[in-house]
Design a protein around this ligand. Structure first.
Ligand code: PLP
Length: 387
């Protein structure tokens, strides 16, 4: 039996839905080759094939564009897809890429394993130290990738110095603004040529989508990135975009609450029995406090790390004593989560390499959520008493 002819009803109406319709169609129907020609030539608007773009992704891109104060952002299937596109779009064989040496683990692997395997030179430098970055620049350096706040050591990159270096040397600056978010840090104003996000984290905020975002200031670079995303199929799923749109509706509110909660939790943890060290950019004792003030203003953000007075067994006891806080290697959830870098993000490093950047077995990273703050502090007190 022949399948029925599909005519999707789209009634003329004076009203429209408040919530964006979920549009899972992989392909779009037009009236014939002349219309399609005009679409591809850009003379007529309209979607063609979902890998090349779809309405749910465009809605999310526009929301993040607004937050970042830029235009033309692209949504990808994950944060790593966005970072890969940010690098592979503009760079060419023979170029050199430089990255902060405390980038997210997979970004580091992209630099140290994937790019070299493709014949692209890449190296790392300490982004908190301008002299280290300066001395790592080569004549063929095309792009520098940094994060504003390092993960999980919570150190602040010298964004101002690196942006000036990039301007002077004609190097593209790509900033992964995931940790800080557009409300915590304006990457565009700081001089980023390319901005990336793992939307999976606080932007979407509910641990139920995997998405990324990438935007470039220069239209030619933006076009190179967009073409790469389409060709390599880094496309996001419409349903993930639809969920992310819903999450983004409450992003500003969640950010305010998580930031305030983190400040309170960091204050409470400071001096709590069993806590050796609290790393929070909002604290006067933070090693990069002045830079944190300049880059983040009065905010400390929703991420903090602590070192407890104990080893892995002590961490296991703490985790077991506070089941309300999920032990999960992610960040940006609506609730507070805790992770142990030595057994997760940094498990690939040797003990010596980990300890050189302060990641001991007693080191914990906390992603503070929107929980009731008094209760959260009580839970941590109970957990840490188990050390
Ligand atoms: N950038 C940062 C700072 C991250 O923490 C992560 C993931 O944890 C990523 C990028 C990668 O994002 P995704 O997991 O969405 O690919």
């Amino acid at each position: 039996m022949a399948p029925p002819v599909r005519r999707v009803p789209w009634p003329e109406n004076v009203a429209r839905p408040l919530v964006s319709p979920l549009q899972p169609s992989a392909v779009y129907v037009t009236d014939g080759p002349d219309v399609l020609d005009d679409q591809y030539a850009g003379a007529l608007p309209g979607y063609t094939y979902a890998r090349e773009g779809h309405p749910n992704a465009d809605v999310v891109a526009a929301m993040i564009d607004r937050l970042e104060g830029v235009s033309g952002g692209i949504i990808t299937g994950s944060g790593m897809a966005a970072i890969s596109a940010a690098l592979l779009g503009p760079i060419r064989a023979g170029d050199h890429v430089l990255g902060g040496d405390q980038l997210y683990g997979r970004s580091l692997r992209l630099l140290t394993e994937t790019l070299p395997a493709m014949g692209i030179e890449a190296s790392t430098a300490d982004a908190t130290d301008l002299a280290s970055v300066k001395s790592a620049i080569r004549p063929e350096t095309r792009l520098i990738l940094i994060e504003v706040v390092s993960n999980p050591t919570i150190r602040l990159s010298d964004v101002e110095g690196i942006a000036a270096l990039c301007r002077d040397h004609g190097i593209l600056l790509a900033v992964d603004n995931t940790f800080t978010t557009p409300l915590g840090f304006s990457a565009g104003q700081a001089g980023a040529d390319i901005i990336v996000h793992s939307v999976t984290k606080l932007l979407a905020g509910h641990s139920d989508v995997t998405l990324g975002y990438v935007a470039a200031r220069d239209p030619e670079i933006a076009n190179q990135i967009r073409t790469l995303c389409i060709t390599m199929g880094l496309t996001p799923s419409p349903f993930d975009c639809w969920l992310a749109e819903r999450g983004l509706m409450s992003f500003e509110m969640r950010f305010e609450r998580a930031d305030a909660n983190a400040t309170r939790l960091a204050d409470a943890l400071d001096g709590m029995p069993g806590v050796r060290k609290v790393l929070y950019p909002g604290h006067a004792s933070h090693p990069d406090r002045d830079r944190a003030r300049r880059l983040l203003g009065n905010r400390g953000g929703h991420m903090l790390s602590i070192e407890i007075d104990g080893d892995r067994d002590a961490v296991t006891r703490v985790v077991a004593a506070m089941p309300e806080v999920a032990f999960a290697p992610t960040l940006g959830d609506i609730t507070t989560t805790i992770s142990h870098p030595a057994s997760s993000s940094h498990r690939g490093l040797s003990v010596e390499a980990r300890e050189a950047i302060g990641i001991t077995e007693g080191f914990l990273r906390i992603s503070v959520g929107c929980d009731a703050p008094d209760r959260l502090i009580e839970v941590f007190k109970r957990g840490l008493a188990a050390i």
